[in-house]
Structure formats: structure tokens, C-alpha cells
Ligand binder design. Structure first.
Ligand code: AMP
Ligand code: MG
Length: 323
């Protein structure tokens, strides 16, 4: 079967989730909501399904995928767990924390999903629709964000349809994602736990459980997360950071009170009250909304580098990086 010309958007009824699970068991791809962003899911144990994910996203095959399961027992089937995993799982799972762990020797996950590494990235998502889908598929589901590689991540089903078009067989539509930023990726395979990607769970909260954790970018060795490319999450138009005002043809992406900020042909505010959780949830949708004809670039006001602001600034720096 070839993918239909237009991906179908369907609500998360039981029959639709069952149909989506069947597609996944058949090696096809389904976009589904998680609490972070929409994922493009395929059978993590099927090399051809995993290859189709890389193809649909235009993602380089050296950038491994996160494997999603519903419970810690299933984590143990794909990875080698230790006491730290159990402690973290008790507090942060289900939720926006991805752990990089040693791959279980002889485990079922496609080597391609792990980009040939001897590690595997796993997460237990909290979104009820994601959980129903993975449970019904009855196997681990590999799912990167449901967008073309390098572009802004999707936080609504319409973003998925715009970004992936025919690359996906079915889109389960369940509104906006609550967190709106990807999971925190924590590497537990090195000498010290290290954050490879800041995200929905802050470093402070992880340190409260594990003690000292290296921040993203602090690892001495070569990057362990091949996906941390400088340019990523990039809209079509240039992004300018720490803007105190916007030019006449720029769009202004504001944060906090903006009444006295000059310029901007268009304006959106991530959070007029300066709430970082609200800003995270709005970030990708507002970057997309301002990325439109007549706008020369997007000027972004400074965001405090605390709490979820660390992950927001990580995404913004990559959105603004030279392409
Ligand atoms: P995405 O699929 O776009 O949410 O990105 C997943 C992130 O997890 C990327 O930054 C990957 O490089 C990272 N990742 C996935 N698997 C591994 C792994 N085995 N080792 C290190 N990083 C990984
Ligand atoms: Mg992504």
C-alpha cells in the first residue's frame, strides 16, 4: 500500500486508536500527541518502519530516535536499568524525561533506531492518547517530533499535516500539547549523569534526586547526543535573539510586558505575565505563526535562563544559529 495523498486527521476514539496501532504493527507511520510535542511513531523493532521515519523527516540516520513505552518493565526489555533509573522513574515517569541507557544485549529495538550505538534512549510519556496507542501497538514505538528535520516542532495536529504532508499514514488529533517543548534527555551511561538536551524536566529537579548532573554542553567528551546540531527548530525566516525592539519589517516575539517595546509589523507575546511554562507551551506555535510573507525576520525578547527558560533558550539559540 502507498500512503494516501493526504494524511487523515482523526479524533482519538477507541476504534481510531486501534486502527493506528494496527498501522504501526504493519510497519506504517502514525502521528500522535504527547505532552511535549506531536510524535511521528513507528514500530521501534522494525528496521523498515524506522527507516521510513528517517525518510519522512529527512532526518540524518546518525541522529538516533527516542523509544516510547508504557511502563518500567518494558524499559527493562530494551535497556539495562539500575537503581538510578528506578528512582527517577518513580518521580518523573510518566512524563517528559528521556533516559539514555545501555542497550539490552539482544534486545528487540532496531539498531537503526539507535543509530548503531550501544545505547538506547527511552521515555514513558504521560499523554493518555500516547499511552493508549503504545499499549494497543503492543511494542515499543520509536517517535521523534512529527516535523521535517531541522524545522520547528509541531504542537498541534495541523502543524503535523503542514510539515509532513504525505509522509505519515494517519494523524491522531487531540488538540495542543500541554508542555510544548521536547523531553529532557539525560544520559546515564557516562561517568556522571549528563543532560544532553534541556527540556520539560529541569536540571534542579533531577539533581534533587541524583545529586550533581552535568548541564547540557558541559560534557568534556565529543557530543554524545548526535542530534544536538547547532541549527535546529528553525523557522524559514531568520531569528534574532535578545531583542529590545523590532525593526519595521520584523515580527516581535515578546515575553513579559511589551507596551514600551518599539517596532514589529506583527507581534505575539509568549506570556505577557512572564510565566515560563506558558511561554514554553506557546513557543513553537508562535514561531510558526510569525514565519510568514511580508516579515523579514523574527526578533525575540530576552527570556530568563531559569526553570523551563533554559530549554526555551536552548531551542531559540538553535533556531537563530547559522544554517
Ligand atoms: P527527537 O527525536 O527530535 O526528540 O530527538 C531525540 C534526541 O535524543 C536527539 O537529540 C538525539 O540525539 C537524542 N538521542 C536519542 N538516542 C540517543 C542515544 N542513544 N544516545 C544519545 N542521544 C540520543
Ligand atoms: Mg525533533
Amino acid at each position: 500500500m502507498t500512503p494516501s495523498a493526504r494524511p487523515q486527521l482523526v479524533p482519538p476514539t477507541d476504534p481510531n486508536v486501534e486502527r493506528a496501532a494496527e498501522l504501526i504493527r504493519d510497519g506504517r507511520l502514525v502521528a500522535f500527541p504527547t505532552e511535549t510535542v506531536y510524535g511521528l511513531g513507528g514500530d521501534a523493532t522494525n528496521d523498515r518502519a524506522v527507516a521510513a521515519i528517517f525518510a519522512a523527516k529527512g532526518r540524518p540516520a546518525f541522529n538516533p530516535l527516542i523509544v516510547h513505552v508504557t511502563d518500567p518493565d518494558a524499559v527493562g526489555e530494551v535497556a539495562v536499568m539500575d537503581g538510578r533509573v528506578e528512582e527517577l522513574a518513580g518521580i518523573f515517569w510518566p512524563g517528559p524525561l528521556t533516559l539514555v541507557l545501555p542497550r539490552r544485549p539482544g534486545g528487540p529495538v532496531s539498531l537503526l533506531a539507535c543509530a548503531g550505538l550501544d545505547t538506547v534512549a527511552v521515555r514513558i510519556p504521560a499523554h493518555p492518547v500516547a499511552r493508549r496507542l503504545i499499549a494497543a501497538a503492543g511494542r515499543p514505538v520509536a517517535a521523534p517530533s512529527a516535523n521535517r528535520s531541522g524545522a520547528v516542532s509541531p504542537t498541534t495536529p495541523v502543524h503535523v499535516a503542514e510539515s509532513l504532508g504525505t509522509g505519515v499514514d494517519l494523524i491522531i488529533a487531540a488538540g495542543r500539547c500541554r508542555i510544548g517543548l521536547e523531553s529532557t534527555v539525560l544520559d546515564l551511561t557516562g561517568a556522571q549523569p549528563a543532560i544532553l538536551r534541556p527540556g520539560g524536566i529541569t536540571r534542579d529537579r533531577i539533581e534533587a534526586v541524583l545529586g550533581p548532573v552535568l548541564a547540557s554542553g558541559q560534557t568534556a567528551e565529543a557530543p554524545r547526543s548526535p542530534g544536538q546540531l547547532a541549527s535546529h527548530y528553525a523557522p524559514g525566516r531568520p531569528v534574532r535573539l535578545d531583542a529590545r525592539e523590532a525593526g519595521p519589517d520584523e515580527a516581535l516575539l515578546a515575553f513579559g510586558p511589551d507596551a514600551f517595546v518599539r517596532g514589529g509589523r506583527e507581534r505575539l507575546n509568549l506570556s505577557p505575565e512572564g510565566d515560563l511554562d506558558e511561554a514554553a507551551a506557546n513557543l513553537f506555535a508562535m514561531l510558526r505563526a510569525l514565519d510568514r510573507p511580508g516579515i523579514s525576520g523574527i526578533a525575540v525578547m530576552p527570556i530568563p535562563d531559569q526553570g523551563l527558560g533554559v530549554a526555551i533558550n536552548d531551542r531559540l539559540r538553535r533556531a537563530a544559529a547559522p544554517r
